[in-house]
Design a protein around this ligand. Structure first.
Ligand SMILES: [Zn+2]
Length: 269
């Protein structure tokens, strides 16, 4: 899965929050605002939402509800949970605005859904949000996340949402331990494929299954590639997603070359 810690602007946002809340640093609104602005310009959704909060509360900038709504909506459209939560808050306060098209409850459920999306991709800010802002317990989050992952499976290989990416393959295959999708009432979207042996716990989209999982299975069972080698390829702290796909492709390429060579024995003359 993608390393969220590399998201542009994320580091600046984290420091901005530290300046804002006085964590590890003296409170400094000016620095908090500047870093938030920079992180927002780099496109980090949590920072874009934060700018809205600066305007809503008149912190460091003059209070301006229209600017606040503008930033909240920008972040909301990027799927940011805090922005959805802030829009829910505005609705609850009885603030009406032509662009606030969802109901209070609608924004609230989006806040939870977006947080689970982020959490699924390893974004811990979403975890803090669920605990601190939503007041969810760890057990509740575990439960929600399990349910969410089953209904919004992400491909462990390319990191895309399986359902979005695979519309044409919707009814294709159903594997082993996905049986409990049925109990969640998702009978018609059983499209996730198990990504073994590339990832020991995870799912694959159909294109990745054909392109990587099947050939890697063959390599693995023929002893051409070891468990350790596979784990090294898929190690997300060692390799970026692009890197991993490249390494998988190379391994498959070499294997195919070897097969051709084996057939041609005793060798080309
Ligand atoms: Zn994929």
């Amino acid at each position: 899965m993608a390393n969220v810690k590399n998201s542009p602007g994320r580091d600046k946002y984290i420091i901005a929050i530290e300046y804002l809340k006085g964590i590890n640093r003296e409170v400094n609104l000016e620095k908090a605002y500047q870093l938030t602005l920079e992180a927002a310009n780099e496109g980090f959704p949590y920072a874009i939402n934060s700018l809205g909060a600066f305007y809503l509360n008149g912190m460091h900038v003059a209070s301006n509800i229209d600017s606040a709504i503008k930033y909240f909506l920008n972040a909301y459209h990027l799927g940011n949970p805090k922005a959805a939560f802030n829009l829910c808050y505005l609705k609850q306060k009885g603030i009406e605005h032509i662009d606030l098209v969802e109901s209070k409850d609608g924004y609230f459920s989006k806040a939870v859904e977006f947080a689970l999306n982020d959490l699924q991709r390893g974004e811990n800010i979403a975890l803090d949000f669920l605990i601190e802002d939503i007041g969810a317990t760890k057990e509740r989050i575990d439960y929600l996340l399990k349910k969410h992952i089953l209904s919004h499976p992400i491909c462990s290989i390319c990191d895309e949402y399986i359902i979005e990416k695979n519309k044409p393959f919707k009814d294709i295959i159903r594997f082993g331990d996905l049986g409990n999708l049925n109990s969640l009432g998702k009978q018609d979207v059983i499209i996730a494929l198990k990504a073994d042996p590339i990832v020991t716990k995870g799912l694959s989209c159909y294109p990745c299954f054909v392109k990587y999982v099947q050939p890697m299975r063959e390599l693995f069972f023929d002893g051409f590639i070891s468990r350790t080698h596979l784990d090294d390829i898929m190690n997300e702290s060692l390799n970026s997603i692009e890197n991993r796909l490249e390494l998988l492709k190379n391994a498959i390429f070499l294997y195919n070359m070897k097969k051709i060579y084996d057939k041609k024995k005793p060798g080309s003359i």
